[in-house]
Design a protein around this ligand. Structure first.
Ligand code: SAM
Length: 304
């Protein structure tokens, strides 16, 4: 590169701000994987029209690619149920995750199929159009609620990997129920806020306060919400363990990027932990949440 060009790049890098001396093109090249579709990233607005990354999109890309790394490892290890890998993404939204997974990991795998499950029809239409445009032929988008996905004939009997990235409220629970029904080999979940359990804690607060000092944990509304969220994920993990999965819980990315970044990875082992089921039931009793049992942890019934 001649001296003038170098000066121009440095000036352009300074203009792009953030205190970085890096040229925007270099920053993009570093952020992308070899062969990654720039057209896709532009269509998802992760790259601007002129092919640059802004602060917001850098965060989104970092989050999704971090998740892709975990899923890449799983994809490399499992033997698909039906020969070709199937993955269902719940609460897909604009399908960032599904598209990037397909682009990076699955488009070269014979028969590998991604299903996006999303309630907003305009997002489903948009994703279908984008998949058509990019020639991503084995991506399907279903305009259905996560809770209805188990019965939907457009989905195969078995699904290898279930994902749910910030699927709203109880959609993560529906994704888990789906994964159990479809005998998923892995579930990768980053839960969103969950209101159902907090609402139930709120309902019988007075009764619980007179019964146990533990109820102090959810006496104040802010604590009710936080505890509700924490307890929800604890119960989800126990449920998965009770149904034959090993579970790890980590952070998706640093807390500075998102407040909802608990990453739950469940891998099928076939070893159903009875003690996990017992603890789940004990926790439901302790917190006065018995009614949630049949609703959210249906597979526990009859396994006492
Ligand atoms: C916060 S967005 C996350 C989107 C995407 N997973 C991501 O991380 O970019 C949640 C998405 O879930 C969808 N959603 C909410 N409840 C749902 C349900 N019960 N079944 C399927 N999709 C749902 C919403 O319409 C929304 O697009």
């Amino acid at each position: 590169m001649n001296q003038n060009a170098t000066k121009k790049r440095a000036a352009s890098a300074r203009q792009s701000g953030a205190g970085s001396q890096k040229h925007p093109e270099d920053a993009v090249r570093e952020a992308l994987r070899p062969g990654q579709s720039v057209e896709l990233l532009k269509a998802l607005h992760i790259l601007t029209r002129d092919g640059r990354l802004n602060q917001d999109s850098r965060r989104k890309l970092k989050q999704v690619e971090h998740l892709v790394q975990f899923i890449e490892k799983i994809v490399g290890e499992l033997a698909p149920h039906a020969g070709a890998l199937t993955l269902a993404d719940h609460g897909a939204g604009k399908s960032y995750l599904g598209f990037i997974l397909y682009d990076l990991l699955l488009k070269g795998q014979d028969g590998a199929t991604v299903y996006g499950i999303e309630t907003r029809p305009e997002l489903v239409e948009r994703s279908r159009a984008l998949a058509d445009r990019l020639g991503f032929a084995r991506m399907r988008f279903l305009n259905i609620a996560a809770a209805d996905a188990v019965q939907d004939a457009a989905l195969p009997e078995r699904i290898d990997i279930v994902t749910a990235l910030h699927a709203c409220d109880t959609a993560t629970d529906d994704a888990i129920a789906f994964g159990l029904a479809k005998k998923a080999q892995a579930m990768v979940l980053v839960p969103c806020c969950q209101a159902e359990l907090a609402a139930r804690l709120r309902m019988n607060k007075a009764l619980q306060l007179s019964r146990t000092p533990l109820a102090e944990l959810w006496r104040h509304p802010l604590h009710t919400r936080e505890l509700g969220s924490q307890l929800t994920n604890v119960l989800r993990c126990l449920y998965l363990e009770s149904q034959g999965y090993s579970v790890t819980v980590t952070e998706l990315v640093g807390w500075e990027h998102s407040l909802k970044n608990e990453l739950i990875i469940a891998r099928w082992t076939g070893h159903k932990k009875r003690s996990a089921g017992e603890r789940l039931r004990a926790l439901l009793d302790e917190f006065g949440l018995g009614a949630l049992g049949p609703l959210r942890f249906a597979a526990l019934a009859g396994t006492q």
